[in-house]
Design a protein around this ligand. Structure first.
Ligand SMILES: C[S@@+](CC[C@H](N)C(=O)[O-])C[C@H]1O[C@@H](n2cnc3c(N)ncnc32)[C@H](O)[C@@H]1O
Length: 270
């Protein structure tokens, strides 16, 4: 991997330990900071990506920006739900307390945190992420980031379990009807560049397009629905055989839904 791990300039022994642990986990070199700037380290080691361990968690510097764990729109979306407003993703998934969700494209975990809040303590949510760096940074944030003023958001974070695996591999290994909902939010074919929250991970992210075969596996694994998020008007929906499309009238994002329940009609509960 074209990557090194270092620490913030002002460091303490625990941060050096954190940086070394990250380097070990990713099997990449740990390089002491030695007062070099990020740009100087990138040049010296001829790398395009570098992780900096800091007191607030790891930050990856990529060619398209910096990614560190943050709530992005999750906090606002949860507060909107608490105020009785509607969230298109939650409606598309048909989420309710106690449901189980497999988020196949975890990324920054914004969608997973909102889903986790809705399904609550009795629900199950697992997020799959094939990029080891994204899985590490998102996983660190979900386990360590705290919202003191809103403990229910902290609980929603802790409840998301992260697996660093490709969804194709994971879906094949899962039994029929393992989750109520299987969800995908692939990197958009035509990126909406203004949605800058995903920009910093663009060079790290898996850009593999979804295939009809993966959707069919997902339908086998889902007890209720497979949901795919894509740009409004995307031809991906028809390519993937999704004909029920929902989303806000003026939204740039739509959700394709496949109702998988009929597939279980003869088999009952898995
Ligand atoms: C658009 S982002 C998801 C954003 C996420 N829904 C959120 O709310 O933050 C897509 C993510 O899915 C990951 N991904 C793409 N293909 C994957 C695959 N085959 N297996 C696992 N993860 C994948 C990418 O690496 C990227 O991090």
């Amino acid at each position: 991997m074209d990557l090194i791990v270092t620490t913030a300039q002002q460091t303490v022994p625990s941060i050096i330990q954190q940086a070394k642990a990250i380097a070990d986990k990713l099997a990449v070199p740990f390089i002491p900071r030695d007062n070099y700037s990020v740009a100087a380290l990138k040049e010296k080691y001829a790398i395009s990506e570098l992780i900096v361990a800091t007191t607030t968690g790891p930050v990856v510097h990529t060619a398209t920006g910096e990614y560190f764990f943050h709530l992005s729109m999750a906090e606002l979306r949860i507060k909107n739900l608490l105020n009785g407003n509607h969230d298109h993703m939650v409606t598309a998934m048909g989420l309710r307390s106690g449901m189980s969700v497999l988020d196949c494209t975890l990324g920054l975990a914004t969608d997973a945190i909102v889903a986790s809040f809705v399904i609550g303590e009795n629900g199950v949510i697992i997020g799959l992420e094939s990029s080891p760096v994204i899985a590490l940074i998102t996983g660190y944030g979900l386990q360590n980031f705290t919202v003191d003023s809103e403990p229910y958001i902290t609980s929603a974070l802790r409840h998301v379990k992260v697996k660093n695996v490709n969804y194709s591999e994971q879906l094949e290994a899962l039994a029929d009807g393992s989750f109520d909902v299987v969800y995908f939010d692939p990197m958009f074919r035509a990126p909406i560049l203004k949605s800058s929250n995903v920009n910093p991970i663009r060079t790290l992210a898996n850009m593999q397009p979804l295939t009809p075969e993966v959707i069919s596996q997902a339908c086998r694994v889902a007890r209720q629905k497979v949901v795919v998020k894509e740009a409004a008007g995307s031809s991906e929906f028809s390519r993937l055989g999704m004909h029920t499309i929902v989303g806000g009238k003026y939204s740039r994002i739509n959700y394709g839904i496949i109702d998988c329940k009929p597939q279980l009609a003869g088999g009952g509960q898995p």
